[in-house]
Design a protein around this ligand. Structure first.
Ligand SMILES: Cc1ncc(COP(=O)(O)O)c(C=O)c1O
Length: 444
């Protein structure tokens, strides 16, 4: 036997690739915190996450002050736990949630566990860019008017491609109908520090789930639930505790506390500088012919490269980036996605800019955009019943007409193509196989 994981990761680390992927700390701690020696358990002095009354409570209060929320809570179970808690708070006993179809699988699993049915807000696909268009506040309002049983509106913003939703307009509609707006802000914890009021709470969201480890210097698994409505504050810890481990990692909590302190002192300067570097990289990419999504609705810190425009697939572009020792976050047929942070070094940026300049040398004729998300499939069962049904695994190619018993999605981006209870058709089969998903559990 060997310590295979440790040895393999060590070997991978020795490749010394520039990390343009999560986590945001890029392998560099922001303080010389020895996370092993601070990995405690619940002792009289160390407090307890779900019954916080001492040092954890104080650390969370500091976080709430930083984000301007009524209450902010640490999660060591990633954004997944924050999302489960948000959903539970809005709809503790089943019911309906009006939900962005670009929903992470964690939200759909929470719907299955809590017996919630989703009313989907379908995203139209822009045929010129392959990206999901923004949800309109009018569409949200139309749904809210037509269904008084909807308990919350659930939006993903920004999405994996960095597209920001119009949270301000959507939140106005939600307020008018007295329905909470909950936002999966997994990719946008840093938005608070750009001086542009881009964070969901600044735009009027009721709650925001922030996956701190993605873009901030926090250990993987660290995330924040921010609440801006008094009525959800007192139950919030219980809602987290229902799904969370009774042994949350103190190392992860310490990294979040140290990060919050660093953000308070340096956040604005660091993330504004990062946005400048991203703008420069986008400009170089654009001059090499790569498509850059509309910057006026994009996260200023995300690098989304539409390499279809230079005749490449995202995967082909990944191989090109490897020549410059760059590891991107995620690549699909049309795009390569890079997640930088203030912890990228000068060498990382030099490598990236060189690669983006040289991209014009490998540019070919524009590729036809591959449309990856199919239209809404027909629904035959609710999410919970399908998820809990006896199931069998079939080849995706042979699944036509069968009912999905699980979420079928590639991860990343973790956005389901077929939801439990939906009928798998030809378009879904094409989308799944395009993404490299070849087996699926269906209802027996
Ligand atoms: C949009 C979105 N929401 C939620 C999550 C889940 O976050 P976590 O991995 O922190 O649990 C992810 C993870 O990739 C994500 O991309």
């Amino acid at each position: 036997m060997s310590k295979i994981l440790f040895d393999s990761l060590q070997k991978y680390k020795n490749l010394k690739r520039s990390s343009f992927h999560t986590p945001g700390h890029k392998g560099k701690a922001i303080k010389n915190a020895d996370f092993f020696s601070l990995d405690y358990t619940e002792l009289p002095f160390t407090d307890s996450l779900y019954e916080a009354s001492g040092i954890i409570k104080q650390a969370e209060e500091n976080l709430a002050e930083l984000y301007g929320s009524k209450r902010s809570i640490f999660s060591c179970g990633g954004n997944t736990l924050c999302m489960q808690a948000m959903i539970r708070l809005c709809s503790p006993n089943g019911g309906k949630i009006l939900c962005d179809r670009v929903a992470h699988r964690a939200a759909v699993s929470a719907f299955a566990l809590l017996g919630i049915d989703a009313v989907w807000l379908e995203r139209e696909i822009d045929m010129n860019t392959g990206l999901a268009k923004r949800i309109s506040a009018e569409d949200v309002e139309k749904n809210l008017k037509g269904d008084s049983e909807i308990k919350a509106v659930y939006i993903t913003s920004p999405d994996y491609y960095g597209i920001l939703q119009d949270i301000k307009s959507i939140s106005e509609v939600c307020k008018k109908h007295d329905v909470p707006l909950i936002v999966d802000n997994a990719h946008g914890s840093h938005l608070k520090f750009l001086g542009m009021n881009l964070h969901p709470l600044e735009q009027g969201a009721t709650m925001s789930a922030d996956s701190a480890h993605k873009t901030l210097p926090v250990l993987t698994g660290g995330a924040w639930l921010h609440i801006n409505d008094e009525k959800f504050c007192s139950e919030a810890k219980n809602a987290m505790a229902i799904f969370g481990s009774t042994s949350p990692s103190y190392s992860v909590m310490v990294s979040m506390d140290v990060c919050a302190d660093w953000l308070a002192k340096r956040g604005e300067e660091e993330y504004k500088n990062l946005a400048d570097s991203v703008a420069e990289a986008r400009k170089i990419a654009g001059s090499s012919g790569i498509y850059i999504p509309d910057e006026s609705i994009s996260d200023p810190c995300r690098i989304t490269l539409g390499v279809w425009k230079i005749g490449l697939t995202g995967e082909e572009f990944r191989d090109f980036l490897y020549k410059f020792k760059i590891e991107p976050e995620f690549c699909d047929e049309n795009y390569a996605i890079l997640i930088p942070s203030p912890f990228n070094t000068q060498i990382d940026w030099i490598r990236l800019k060189t690669a983006l300049k040289k991209a014009k040398q490998i540019a070919k004729k524009e590729r036809k955009i591959k449309i990856l998300l199919p239209k809404l499939p027909e629904k035959s069962m609710d999410i919970r019943s399908a998820s809990m049904s006896p199931k069998k695994s079939v080849e995706v190619q042979n699944a036509c007409g069968k009912v999905a018993a699980e979420i079928a999605c590639p991860c990343p981006p973790g956005v389901p193509i077929v939801m439990p209870g939906e009928v798998i058709g030809k378009d879904e089969i094409d989308a799944l196989t395009n993404y490299g998903v070849f087996k699926i559990n269906v209802v027996e």
